[in-house]
Design a protein around this ligand. Structure first.
Ligand code: PLP
Ligand code: COI
Length: 339
């Protein structure tokens, strides 16, 4: 039985659900993970996650299908990305099989928190891995915790599939050869202040330019950028400091294979927005969020009016979300059933 929630009006907020998964790494190995109802952690005051940002996280969703079954979307890709984050921050990797099994356990134990099919709500899973244990020097931690909790969610950017506006930030979320491609907390700490400046001016979030030259689009807050050119090409930025979005790579595939568009990962100069007829942000939380306009210095570039959404963006959205909810056949291995 679904929980008694106003599923259609859910935003993106913390909700304490019933169970979370937790496993401990010590003496070179992971413990058997288990589910717990306790949503708090007790860790050493010397934990590297608290002082030196030695931690990483992931985000993926569980979807309720028409036949009541439950889908996970490409969890192996989240497992692999978390492994790359661990390599960058010298943390022990969680094997893919253990990661997917933990996701399944959490979803199964909290299945009443998944929005009913058709409500638009999903169950957002937040896997994270933190360095813990007694420590004071700048070293990798002696012990680690891997946990996954989940929250029922709706739209991340207010408006969902309605276009909203963004502003280009003067700040960077990551350095050119830094940790931008890893999903680590430090990038998000760096984004809080620029994000606040954007929200204070009534923008949905800020757009980051490449940290080396500040001329090319990198990220849209906690999402990747894509644009559809006037001659129907799907373009998305390529850079070593962008988070490799699983949604973005899925859209690159769908745009080419299902919509027959030419796709390009390349440079997108902030002073060349006029080449696009449509633009959007994409990510697990953002899904596809159309961009209405972009403020850059004194110039406001408009893609759409307040309510209109571009044709190609709509098609991509329907294809992606149709696959996630099991209404449209998925490319091989994209869907993992929770049974
Ligand atoms: N970029 C950033 C900075 C993010 O936090 C996210 C969210 O995960 C994304 C892009 C989108 O990535 P994905 O599609 O894998 O969720
Ligand atoms: C996600 O889309 O999973 C993200 O990580 C966004 C999040 C930081 C809210």
């Amino acid at each position: 039985m679904s929980k008694n929630i106003d599923w259609k009006n859910l935003g993106f907020s913390y909700v304490k659900t019933d169970y979370r998964y937790i496993a401990y790494w010590k003496d070179g190995k992971w413990s058997d993970g288990e589910l717990t109802q306790d949503n708090t952690l007790r860790i050493s005051e010397g934990s590297t996650a608290l002082h030196y940002g030695q931690q990483c996280f992931e985000g993926l969703k569980a979807y309720r299908c028409k036949d009541n079954s439950i889908n996970l979307f490409r969890p192996d890709e989240n497992a692999k990305r978390m492994q790359r984050s661990c390599q960058r921050l010298l943390m022990p990797e969680v094997p893919t099989e253990m990661f997917i099994d933990a996701c399944k356990q959490v979803v199964k134990a909290n299945q009443d928190w998944i929005g009913p099919y058709g409500s638009g709500a999903t169950l957002y899973l937040r896997p994270y891995l933190i360095g813990v244990g007694d420590n004071i020097g700048v070293h990798p931690a002696p012990e680690y915790i891997f946990s996954i909790f989940c929250c029922p969610v709706g739209a991340y950017f207010k408006g969902g599939m309605k276009p909203t506006n963004f502003i280009v930030s003067e700040y960077d979320r990551a350095a050119p050869q830094g940790t931008g491609a890893a999903k680590v907390g430090g990038n998000y700490a760096a984004s809080l202040y620029p994000g606040k400046l954007a929200h204070d001016k009534n923008f949905s979030d800020c757009i980051y330019l490449d940290p080396q030259t500040h001329t090319k689009i990198e990220e849209v807050g906690a999402a990747n950028f894509f644009g559809i050119t006037k001659d129907n090409k799907f373009i998305t930025p390529k850079s070593p400091s962008i988070l490799p979005s699983i949604t973005k790579y899925s859209l690159l595939y769908l745009a080419k294979e299902r919509l027959g568009l030419e796709t390009i990962e390349g440079d997108i100069y902030i002073n060349q927005l006029a080449q696009f007829k449509e633009a959007g942000a994409c990510g697990t939380a953002a899904v596809i969020s159309p961009i209405g306009g972009i403020q850059y210095k004194d110039n406001f570039h408009v893609f759409y009016s307040e309510t209109e959404v571009g044709e190609v963006t709509k098609k991509l959205y329907n294809e992606l979300v149709g696959i996630q909810f099991g209404d449209i056949p998925a490319p091989e291995n994209w869907i993992v059933k929770v049974e």
